[in-house]
Structures are given as structure tokens and as C-alpha cells.
Design a binder for this molecule. Structure first.
Ligand code: ZN
Length: 390
């Protein structure tokens, strides 16, 4: 897999029978768009490949079901934020099921994990790595990035770029009183009119990075085999989560490999809520798009590259699905075991799904006398690529 921290490829070979995967989940204030779908399909492919190799997979995914963007959206629409969070989380799960994404072992909301997250904040305070700033009522708690000796080793960005990204992605580099402008929030003291939970830190709610650190460490321990997410999470989110974990446990690295999926664009811009140029999985589902065609459309591009979404990709996915179904409905074909080996080999090279798809195309287009091949190819496509051809 390509590892963002080392900037190169490394062998991701779990050292125990159960592989440990943590993928950052959604903030449920809007429906699943194709950018999310592409990211979760990439890690679904990894989980399938591990299972094919004989590993069990312990897969943890969080849901940031309380955060500023969610509260702002709920306030804008005059809705109860818990209603928005529950509805959008449920829709996300339906979308993932429709896409045949194998569910995580643990799907954990920030709200249900409140106590354990607060306990990690306390640990960071006790380690001398956190400090308090006065809030309108009570005190906020910040993490001191200088407490981490490895800070910067996930993203390798210079400070100027970190500052820009911090401001763009939920940080508050300009907050007065912080020891370092990049120091991230660990605990937000209760604000009037906003939800808060009791804790040894006083009533409040956690910052986003420590949420993932706590949920990951409590279920998987360190090091994770892979921490995954979209490439927009490299900084600050994954850098900060790793720094929190380092200080809380004294260990490094947080993850053996940091794997990041590219962004999906539409009309020349990254698909994002703020830009409003989203293509929703649920919308495609109501339009009766075949989930297999959508899966093939998304897997036809390499997970790591940024890409443009076009209607043409979906049409190509549908054509491919039809060709594959026809190919597997034959009485015989070229060697099935050769195809299986080749697909495994392609996926083992940094999840090269475009190559895997071309291999199946070629198998479908060629003749052969292996009578077991159509069944084996159907199973290969089902198990490794998640597409049902029967
Ligand atoms: Zn996360």
C-alpha cells in the first residue's frame, strides 16, 4: 500500500491473525456522496483482500455524530440535531449496504463514546500535554503539539501550510491564548444552547481528533495496521490523532500505514458540502441505478488519484456489468484460477482495481474450455470486488 507518512509503498502484512483497520467515518449532516462512497469502497477492497488472504479483519469506523457542522446544519434547517444525525447515519448505512460494503466490526458514534473520549483527554492533561483556556463558562482544553516528538511525521507539511489547512479544516489557529496556533481542541466547555455531556473536565464535548484516537485505541490498540480516510484528512486530522495517541500511550507509530483516498470532483471542483456540487448515492439508488454498475464505475479509477465524476463513468460501469454477467453466464471460459491469481495480484499492488477490472474484461472477451471458470470468476468478482453477477 502507498503510505502517506513515508511517501512510498510498504508491505502491509498484519503480524497477527486479525488485521486492524481504522477508517474515519462521516459527520452525519448530509447524505453520502460519491466522494465518501469511493473512499469506503477503497477500504472495503482492502478488507476483502485481507479476508481472502485468511486474516480476520477488525474494522472500526466512527461517526462524528456531534460536531459544529452538524449543529449548524440542524440550526439552519430548524431541526433537532439528534434527528439529523440519526437520519443521516441511517441513510449512510443504507447506502453502504446497497453498495455491498462489508460493515465495520465496530461502528461507533462520538456520543456513545463520550466517557471514553473524556478519559483520553484526562490522560493527555495528566501527561502534561494539554492546557486550559477560559471559555464563556468553564474552560476549554487544548493539546500542546510540542508534547509530541513525532509531530509532522504523518503529513510532512511545513508550518505555513499546516496553518492554512488548520484554518480551512475546523482548527482555530487565531484563537487568543493558545500556546501554539496549531494546538487542536481536546474538549469544548459547554456553550449556551449547545449539547454538552458531563465529564471530569466539566460539561462539554470533545474535539474531533481525540474522538478518533480514543475510539481506535480502545478497540484496536496500537499500532493499527492501516488508518484510512480521504486525503483531506492527512492534516490536521490524522497528524493530530497520531500525536494524541503517541502522548497517551508512549508508543509510535499510531498506524503502520496511513492510507488515503483521492477526492472526487464534479465540474472541475472537489465534491464537497460547502460547494454544493454533490452527487448522492441515495439519489442514484432512487434512480434505480444498479449498485454493481455504480461500484464498477467507482472502482474503475485508482483509489489514490483525484478524479472527475461524469455520467459517462456510470454508463461505462453499466456496460461492464452487462458484459461480465454475459461472460459468466457462458458454459466455459479461459482458466478461472489464472484469472483469480491475476486479480489477487493486481489488488495486492496498492489496490489496483482498474487493472483488476481490465483482467475480468479480458477474461469475458476470450474463449476457453474451463467449465469451472464461469463460477469461479463469478465468485472472484463477488468476493474481491463486491459485485454480484448472478
Ligand atoms: Zn478520524
Amino acid at each position: 500500500m502507498h503510505d502517506s507518512a513515508s511517501g512510498g509503498r510498504l508491505e502491509v502484512r498484519p503480524d497477527r491473525p486479525t488485521a486492524r483497520l481504522y477508517v474515519c467515518g462521516i459527520t452525519p449532516y448530509d447524505a453520502t456522496h460519491l466522494g465518501h462512497a469511493a473512499t469506503y469502497l477503497a477500504f472495503d477492497t482492502l478488507a476483502r483482500l485481507w479476508r481472502d488472504r485468511g486474516y480476520a479483519v477488525d474494522y472500526v469506523q466512527n461517526v462524528t455524530d456531534v460536531d459544529d457542522p452538524l449543529l449548524e446544519r440542524a440550526a439552519r434547517d430548524g431541526e433537532d440535531w439528534t434527528v439529523v444525525a440519526e437520519r443521516e447515519t441511517e441513510l449512510f448505512r443504507e447506502d453502504m449496504t446497497a453498495l455491498r460494503v462489508l460493515p465495520p466490526t465496530h461502528f461507533v458514534g462520538a456520543v456513545e463514546a463520550m466517557e471514553e473520549i473524556a478519559a483520553y483527554v484526562l490522560r493527555l492533561i495528566e501527561a502534561g500535554a494539554a492546557y486550559r483556556l477560559p471559555a464563556p463558562v468553564g474552560e476549554d482544553v487544548y493539546f500542546s503539539i510540542t508534547a509530541s516528538t513525532h509531530f509532522g511525521q504523518v503529513s510532512h507539511l511545513d508550518t505555513a501550510r499546516m496553518l492554512r489547512l488548520s484554518a480551512e479544516r475546523g482548527g482555530d489557529p487565531d484563537r487568543v491564548g493558545k500556546k501554539h496556533p496549531l494546538d487542536p481542541l481536546l474538549w469544548l466547555a459547554a456553550r449556551p444552547g449547545e449539547p454538552a455531556w458531563p465529564s471530569p473536565l466539566g460539561p462539554g464535548r470533545p474535539g474531533w481528533h481525540v474522538e478518533c484516537t480514543a475510539i481506535a485505541l480502545n478497540r484496536l490498540g496500537m499500532p493499527l495496521d492501516v488508518q484510512g480516510g480521504g486525503s483531506d484528512l492527512v492534516f490536521p486530522h490524522h497528524e493530530m490523532s497520531a500525536a494524541h495517541a503517541e502522548v497517551a500511550t508512549g508508543g509510535w507509530p499510531f498506524a503502520r500505514a496511513y492510507v488515503h483516498a483521492g477526492m472526487v470532483g464534479l465540474d472541475g471542483h472537489k465534491m464537497s458540502k460547502s460547494r454544493g456540487n454533490l452527487v448522492f448515492v441515495s439519489r442514484l439508488r432512487t434512480d434505480d441505478v444498479d449498485a454493481g454498475a455504480l461500484r464498477l464505475a467507482l472502482l474503475s479509477a485508482h483509489y489514490r488519484g483525484d478524479r472527475e465524476w461524469t455520467g459517462g463513468a456510470l454508463e461505462a460501469g453499466q456496460r461492464r456489468l452487462t458484459a461480465w454477467r454475459t461472460g459468466c453466464a457462458r458454459g466455459s471460459g479461459p482458466s478461472g484460477t489464472a484469472l483469480l491469481d491475476a486479480v489477487r495480484g493486481a489488488l495486492a499492488e496498492d489496490l489496483d482495481t482498474p487493472a483488476a477490472l481490465r483482467l475480468v474484461d479480458a477474461w469475458c472477451a476470450a474463449d476457453g474450455d474451463d467449465r469451472h471458470a464461469p463460477g469461479l470468476v463469478r465468485d472472484t468478482v463477488d468476493a474481491l470486488l463486491g459485485v454480484l453477477l448472478a
